[in-house]
Design a protein around this ligand. Structure first.
Ligand code: ZN
Length: 495
């Protein structure tokens, strides 16, 4: 049996005793899972205290306490949470305040579902006081949602392995993974719990393969013919093994239970054409493609396969030194830069980013605490002033001395001023948050890098690194200038 936390006296009605006529409710959502409490470092009283201060300072309408005491955040089987959703559906709750984002749930999907679906549907604002996440600050909020969406799991340590196992099991069983966008031509059927051919788009998939294999149309032209927005989408279709009736999970193929759209022979032929043409299409799929510059002559550098068969290696070299380069790519035909081992360069760039991420993680956690303290200090002062005000009004009612009323007015004015200060401070924090857009990604990066696909890794590199410069065995990694100062480190062994 679960042990309950110590009993707290709330100043507001509880969720199971709301008068039926009350609308425009501000829901105060509190949750502790008793076994986790020590670990998490905050109990119900800490959560409540912080939110109450906010409610008083901002005089939110009709606060009601929704408390789940002794419930895990891994799922949403929680009575107060469910009651809150029910009232949100009915449009009676217009604002939800919680201590931190993880009170809503311990995994990204729960949180996303709540923020993106429930709150939006109910036209309900959301605030996590400790995390300073506020749906009314559209910009910060959008960033949060996209970060949540980018990373597979928010609460990585606890959840990612379980989910991965579940997904892998689905793949082994031949089912499309839960969630995500189904491949073009299929839709996800809840009844069948699997992919089903879309009667309109399914035939288009066959058409795309047919057109491409005829070798008479470029992917760009095919995109126009079938009404896709870009050739990237066409390439996506042509390479997708789901159309063979297979399920792909982490690069491994499993026999699927859905209907195939393409036969083996057609697919094999397509891959062959793709391979031949990709030689002409260039090297855009490598981790650092188009980011590497020659530090000696200033030309771009490119990836190149070196050697044959098993001893084949991937190298990076300056366009100026590459015999068949187009003339505009050559800066100095006598460029003295070395040729580099691609793996080694990539490894160095990744380690630069990881180092940076670790440092940022520490710095960030320090900073958040300091800023938090400023606000809680201000809120504390506000608390004292409000008490003072109430005391004066109370005294005035008893004694009727006009002096008391004047004093009360002064205190009230001081309150208003403090309110503005608090608002300014919050604004300042919001601004900092915006700068932290990439920092947030950095913070979780050391945990998430290992489970990212090659494409996700490439996206991360692209958003963080503006340029990599190689010069006589030295590597300079320029992080995105808008977010970071340029940093320089590391030396690669020369050839
Ligand atoms: Zn060069």
């Amino acid at each position: 049996m679960k042990e309950k936390s110590k009993v707290i006296q709330f100043d507001y009605p509880l969720f199971d005793a709301i008068p039926p006529e009350v609308e425009d409710i501000t829901a105060i959502y509190l949750r502790v899972s008793t076994d986790m409490q020590a670990q998490e470092g905050y109990g119900l009283d800490t959560q409540y205290d912080k939110i109450r201060k906010y409610c008083e300072a901002y005089e939110v309408p009709n606060p009601v306490v929704f408390v789940d005491d002794g419930y895990t955040g891994v799922n949403d089987h929680r009575p107060a949470y469910q009651k809150m959703l029910e009232l949100m559906h009915k449009g009676r709750i217009k604002f939800v305040i919680t201590y931190s984002l993880d009170r809503i749930g311990r995994n990204q999907m729960l949180i996303l579902k709540f923020l993106k679906e429930e709150c939006v549907k109910a036209g309900c604002d959301f605030l996590a006081v400790k995390d300073n996440i506020d749906s009314r600050s559209k910009q910060t909020y959008g960033i949060l949602i996209s970060i949540l969406s980018i990373f597979a799991e928010f609460d990585h340590d606890a959840i990612v392995e379980k989910l991965t196992l579940g997904r892998k099991q689905r793949a082994l069983d031949g089912y499309w993974k839960g969630g995500g966008v189904p491949p073009f031509g299929y839709y996800y059927s809840k009844e069948e719990n699997n992919l089903v051919v879309d009667p309109e788009k399914g035939p288009l998939v066959k058409k795309i393969f047919h057109l491409y294999n005829s070798m008479e149309y470029s992917p760009r032209q095919i995109a126009d013919i079938v009404g896709m927005s870009s050739d990237v989408m066409v390439f996506g279709v042509l390479k997708n093994r789901t159309y063979l009736g297979e399920i792909t999970f982490r690069g491994e193929q499993y026999p699927g239970k859905h209907e195939p759209l393409i036969d083996e022979e057609t697919f094999r032929r397509t891959q062959e054409i793709l391979r031949k043409r990709s030689v002409i299409r260039g090297d855009s799929h490598y981790l650092l493609s188009s980011l590497i510059y020659c530090g000696v002559c200033g030309a771009k550098m490119r990836y190149m396969k070196w050697g044959r068969g098993k001893s084949q290696k991937l190298k990076i070299l300056c366009y100026s030194k590459y015999a068949s380069s187009k003339s505009y790519l050559i800066k100095d035909p006598n460029c003295s830069n070395y040729t580099y081992d691609a793996d080694e360069v990539e490894e160095n760039v990744v380690s630069v980013i990881m180092d940076f991420a670790f440092k940022y993680r520490e710095e960030l956690s320090n900073r958040v605490i300091t800023e938090d303290e400023v606000i809680s200090g201000l809120l504390g002062r506000m608390d004292t002033l409000k008490q003072e005000y109430n005391r004066l009004i109370y005294a005035y009612k008893k004694i009727g001395d006009d002096d008391l009323l004047d004093q009360a007015a002064d205190v009230d004015a001081a309150c208003k001023k403090l309110e503005r200060e608090i608002a300014e401070e919050r604004e300042k924090q919001t601004y900092t948050k915006q700068i932290e857009e990439n920092e947030n990604m950095l913070r979780t990066l050391p945990d998430t890098w290992g489970v990212m696909t090659a494409e996700e890794k490439q996206n991360v590199i692209r958003s963080l690194v503006s340029k990599v410069e190689l010069k006589h065995g030295e590597i300079k990694v320029y992080l995105n200038k808008t977010q970071y100062e340029k940093i320089v480190l590391g030396v690669v062994d020369q050839e």
